[in-house]
Design a binder for this molecule. Structure first.
Ligand code: TXD
Length: 313
């Protein structure tokens, strides 16, 4: 059986890590695409990963290109094409430039990979997923955004650090838009089923909620140039793996809502099941009045960005 084909559109910080992770997990062949000026860069990066295979013990075709014809027939497309934040920038500051890039990428993915499961990573995430689906016209189950897996991973990491326990025993959900209005749900977070409210003070939990919402900015400030890439890359591959191996993981992703959570016509971070049919199910978790207010507040932030995108494409 032929190996699956994973197209990574954008060969920068996140793209490179995703390519290595895809190879190491033997999820399939990798084709990384970037702009013509960066063709040598991505060819070099992919040749380097290809040369790691002997030592790494994995087999795949790993190539770089700037020619969209080379992504033809990809099973999964992961899009990081766009500019990352610089210190002092909000994710929404990237909207004007990145929506043009996403529109160009979407037109080409529609032409060359009409059947692909598409995971959008580029910021501002929720409105870029909207733009990508608007341009491609792909069905809603085949287009989603990666943010909730990252935000949840950050929340779980902070809980594990505080309690000095394995992060793999921490379970949580972070809903909403990928930005300061995101909605961690500490009420549903647990360590091996034990509610974190029995393990951490309310003050500590609140501090973790706040740090999660600002975690991306914290790394942008520390790096001084660019934004986080290891955890975002790992999160996007986690989603791609669930699709390719039909793992039906339950995770938070930016999914298209048509009435769920009383929201209609927007992408927003909610719990979903990802399997061989893409976003197979949206799970409507019961929220308290306060949590619902926070989710709607986050939606309002997304609506503003979407309105701006709709004025541009
Ligand atoms: O959780 C999340 N969704 C976020 C997403 C987490 C972290 C980073 N987030 C966003 O991902 C970030 O704000 C950016 O918008 C993207 C990509 O971040 P990355 O750190 O990988 O940025 P790089 O290293 O600048 O890589 C972007 C690449 C770069 O090589 C450009 O040349 C390329 O995108 N690029 C393009 N590729 C193809 N086609 C076009 N038009 C294009 N324009 C730029």
């Amino acid at each position: 059986m032929a190996r699956k084909k994973i197209a990574l559109i954008g060969g920068g910080q996140i793209g490179g890590i995703m390519a290595l992770l895809t190879a190491q997990k033997q999820l399939g062949d990798v084709i990384m695409l970037d702009i013509p000026d960066k063709e040598g860069y991505v060819k070099g990066k992919m040749l380097d990963i290809a040369e790691s295979q002997s030592a790494g013990g994995y087999d795949a075709k790993i190539e770089g290109t700037s020619n969209y014809a080379d992504i033809a027939g990809a099973d999964v497309v992961i899009v990081t094409a766009g500019l990352p934040r610089k210190p002092g920038m909000s994710r929404d500051d990237l909207l004007d430039i990145n929506v043009k890039i996403i529109s160009e990428v979407a037109r080409n993915v529609k032409k060359y990979c009409p059947g692909a499961f598409c995971i959008i990573v580029t910021n501002p995430l929720d409105s870029m997923v909207h733009a990508f689906r608007k341009v491609t016209g792909f069905s809603k189950n085949m287009v989603c955004g990666m943010a909730g897996v990252l935000d949840t991973s950050r929340f779980c990491s902070f809980v594990a650090m505080e309690l000095n326990v394995s992060v793999n025993d921490v379970s949580a959900l972070v809903l909403g838009g990928h930005g300061p209005t995101m909605v961690p749900l500490p009420r549903l977070a647990s360590v091996s089923g034990i509610p974190i409210s029995e393990l951490l003070s309310a003050e500590k939990i609140d501090a973790i909620v706040k740090r999660t919402a600002e975690a991306g900015t914290e790394i942008v400030k520390l790096l001084g140039n660019g934004s986080a890439f290891f955890a975002p890359a790992t999160s996007a591959i986690y989603m791609a793996e669930s699709y390719l191996l039909n793992k039906k993981r339950v995770l938070t992703a930016a999914a298209y809502l048509e009435g769920e959570y009383d929201i209609n016509g927007y992408y927003l971070g909610v719990p979903v099941v990802i399997g061989a049919d893409g976003v197979e199910k949206i799970i409507e978790v019961k929220l308290t009045a306060d949590e619902t207010d926070k989710l709607n507040n986050s939606l309002n932030a997304v609506k503003k960005a979407v309105a701006e995108v709709d004025g541009l494409i």
